[in-house]
Design a protein around this ligand. Structure first.
Ligand code: HEM
Length: 352
């Protein structure tokens, strides 16, 4: 068998194994809200596509939000919870701080959904649908999002700090991080393809630009032309954390150029370039096949997204359906109660 056919067989086998695993999770369903909120998908699509008119990056930001939700105690909307007396927000964890985007758009979606279908749709499901819409708006694949997740009553800033992979991770560290979530190397290479759109701050890749691993030299697996461009965007000792495109060729398109970038040593994050430049790694043939075949990338992306969307979900009577995504219901009603008391006090004050 030629080496190319071997790669194709390997990819197909990985795909089949992937698909097989999905069957075991029967709890979520694409028709979960068919009776209770038939317009849900349209509502999410409309809010996100409107937002994308003024913010072309929003689809990418929403896709990342779902990933950052799922990797921290499961896809349970925990990333959306704000700080309160009892909750230390995941939004303040290092991978999220000054970096998460789209929280306001999620709230706009939630408001529109509550208008049509009150107290029915979880914030965790809204994140899963918004991630799919983000892919579609970028020109990427669409899929039937599995639904029926419920929202957590808590969050974990500590887990957000330890469970989310860092941009300076090696292939072994990336693999360990994904394996801890039940995801394999194929999922890692496939889902990293989400870096086909969106942006990153200098602080997430400056380690590669001047003295990589304290060598006094830049990362040798960084294309020298690209290196010069990035050094201009991210000067040493800069006071501002500039941003640049994750995909230098088609920054807002969801396509397979991410993988051809890696082949040309034009990956932005160390964690991206590791997938291609780690000698002998099992990820290299996958990068090559996704670079050669966008259809294979898209097919795998759908499978891995559904797999990621199944991580640690709350279903049935676990958790709750939050009425506001940023607060658990007990807290929302406390806030409403206080607001009610405050307005009564005001009325009394005004009537005097
Ligand atoms: C493999 C390990 C991963 C690492 C180390 C990683 C790291 C990062 C970093 C550092 C950024 C830039 C953040 C900033 O500067 O504010 C970023 C952006 C992004 N990541 Fe990842 N990521 C990984 C996997 C994923 C996965 C699995 C997805 C989704 C399936 C994803 C989707 C995105 C998207 C779409 C953006 C751009 C967001 C925007 O423009 O707002 N990443 N990632």
């Amino acid at each position: 068998m030629g080496s190319m056919s071997a790669v194709v067989v390997a990819v197909l086998c990985a795909f089949a194994m992937h698909a097989g695993l999905l069957v075991t999770n029967a709890q979520l369903s694409p028709t979960f809200y068919n009776e209770t909120c038939p317009t849900l998908n349209d509502i999410v699509f409309n809010v996100v596509s409107n937002a994308s008119l003024t913010d072309p990056r929003i689809g990418a930001s929403l896709l990342r939000l779902h990933f950052h939700d799922c990797f921290v105690q499961g896809c349970d909307g925990s990333v959306l919870l704000n700080n309160t007396d009892t909750i230390q927000s995941e939004q303040d964890a290092i991978p999220n701080l000054n970096s998460l985007r789209g929280l306001d758009v999620v709230n706009n979606i939630k408001t529109a959904v509550e208008d049509s279908c009150p107290e029915t749709v979880s914030c965790a499901d809204i994140l899963a649908i918004a991630a799919e819409v983000g892919s579609v708006l970028g020109g990427g694949p669409s899929w039937d999002v599995l639904l029926g997740r419920r929202d957590s009553l808590n969050a974990s800033q500590a887990l957000a700090n330890t469970s989310l992979p860092a941009p300076f991770f090696t292939i072994d560290q990336l693999n360990a991080s994904f394996a801890a979530q039940g995801l394999n190397l194929t999922d890692l290479v496939t889902l990293s393809g989400a870096h086909t759109f969106g942006r990153a701050r200098c602080s997430t890749f400056i380690n590669r630009l001047y003295s990589f691993n304290n060598t006094g030299n830049p990362d040798p697996t960084l294309n020298t032309t690209y290196l010069a461009t990035l050094q201009a965007i991210c000067p040493q000792n800069a006071t501002v954390d500039n941003i640049t495109n994750l995909d230098l060729t088609t920054p807002d398109q969801f396509d397979n150029n991410y993988y051809s970038n890696l082949q040309q040593l034009n990956g932005l994050l160390q964690s991206d370039q590791e997938l291609f430049s780690t000698t002998g790694a099992d990820t290299v043939p996958l990068v090559n096949s996704f670079s050669a075949d966008q259809t294979a990338f898209f097919a795998n992306f759908v499978v891995s997204m559904i797999k990621m969307g199944n991580i640690g979900v709350l279903t049935g009577t676990d958790g709750e359906i939050r009425t506001q995504c940023n607060f658990v219901n007990a807290n929302s009603s406390a806030t409403l109660l206080l607001a009610g008391v405050a307005s009564k006090v005001n009325l009394v004050a005004q009537s005097k």
